[in-house]
Design a protein around this ligand. Structure first.
Ligand SMILES: [Zn+2]
Length: 397
């Protein structure tokens, strides 16, 4: 009875007297403003963080000295640009002291390495968390941006929402997503070997890695894919920084951003909420605010364990046999015969035929050493948002 009573007390006061408030966030740059639209989307992403994240005020404020020590290039700046969710203003570096006292999290833009940006033209930005007190949440991060790889230069019509997703993705890393290691190893899962069968039947040995900190995310992920025996949340490569691009596609924390937008799903909510060392949770997500976006994540819904554990070729064959009514777009399948699709706000029907199918490289492959390219049959020209409908019968018949 006493044990029961203590348990109830613990449940009611899990964080002692901790008070959670919206995370106050700022970005500081010694390199001036970004291109206007990029800077605006950076600001929008900060608004999003302040609305989504709740944190406890740190008892150890950041000092100017910490910046000099951990981000030495800031010793050379006397004036910096400060961007908050509502303001943008130049400040004397020494006046940052006040900002650091108020802010819960401050991102410092650091100089890019032009050679590194040139070597990897897909590299747009990188961010790293800076932990000052062991087991406490990082109050600082560094972020570098490869301005020369701006995808707008190749594709001027790219929606500026792309930068909003880019900054949300990077700042999530800055908070620790995929970059903080579980020191206790409680959530660590060993990698496993499996065979990817190609379309010609040849098998290729592959490795599967899992993200740390999946305790909260796994339950939702199992239900999303309808696979109760799922072992972990699959990562992209052995560094475990991202969600696997093949499995999670347009989720915000995969390796590639889509021109049509990426979604911060309940999977990432679970990962970032469980990303902490020490006894206290670092981040709490405002569910009411995040739900309209997170609920839109539908990629792979009900695809089942075969999608998660086998090659796309096996997955398609098995699904056609066992679940002939399951729609598995964007993969080509007999299950889509006689199906048409339409755009959400339109009545116009698009019919699919066998000719609308192409072998496409699955992005995110070949990250592991020795990994070969893997290709899957995908529906050509399928828009990001569509609804399947039965095709009308042919006229006259
Ligand atoms: Zn990333």
């Amino acid at each position: 009875m006493i044990i029961f009573f203590i348990f109830i007390l613990l449940c009611q006061f899990p964080y002692g007297t901790a008070q959670l408030t919206p995370m106050k966030i700022a970005v500081v740059s010694g390199y001036g403003s970004l291109e206007p639209e990029m800077q605006q989307q950076l600001q929008n992403s900060l608004k999003w963080f302040q609305s989504s994240f709740l944190v406890e005020k740190s008892k150890n404020p950041v000092e100017i000295q910490d910046i000099y020590l951990r981000i030495p290039e800031y010793q050379k700046f006397s004036i910096v640009l400060v961007q908050t969710p509502i303001h943008r203003q130049n400040l004397n570096f020494q006046d940052l002291k006040k900002l650091l006292e108020i802010a819960d999290f401050t991102v410092f833009v650091v100089g890019q390495d032009p050679k590194r940006c040139q070597r990897d033209q897909d590299l747009l930005a990188e961010a790293l968390p800076i932990v000052l007190v062991p087991d406490e949440r990082p109050p600082l991060a560094m972020m570098s941006i490869c301005l020369q790889n701006n995808p707008r230069h190749q594709n001027p019509s790219l929606d500026s929402r792309f930068f909003y997703d880019l900054f949300r993705h990077e700042i999530l890393h800055g908070l620790g997503y995929g970059l903080i290691i579980d020191k206790s190893s409680i959530t660590h899962k060993p990698s496993e070997k499996y065979i990817w069968n190609h379309s010609n039947g040849l098998g290729q040995p592959e490795n599967r890695h899992f993200l740390d900190f999946d305790t909260f995310a796994l339950e939702f992920t199992k239900n999303h894919f309808s696979c109760q025996k799922m072992k972990g949340v699959e990562a992209d490569g052995e560094r475990k920084n991202h969600l696997n691009e093949y499995i999670f596609r347009n989720e915000l924390m995969t390796t590639h951003l889509e021109a049509t937008g990426n979604i911060f799903s309940w999977i990432s909510v679970g990962i970032i909420e469980r990303t902490f060392n020490g006894p206290n949770q670092w981040y709490h997500i405002n569910r009411t605010f995040i739900a309209p976006e997170a609920d839109q994540y539908t990629f792979g819904k009900n695809f089942g364990c075969d999608f998660l554990q086998k090659s796309c070729h096996d997955f398609i064959k098995i699904t056609e046999k066992r679940s002939p009514t399951l729609k598995i777009a964007p993969f080509c399948s007999k299950n889509h015969n006689q199906m048409c699709y339409k755009l959400p706000d339109s009545q116009k029907l698009y019919k699919m035929s066998d000719k609308d199918c192409e072998m496409r490289r699955v992005i995110g492959d070949g990250i592991d050493k020795g990994g070969q390219q893997r290709r899957c049959p995908m529906i050509k020209h399928l828009p990001a948002k569509f609804n399947f409908v039965n095709c009308p019968p042919p006229p006259g018949g």
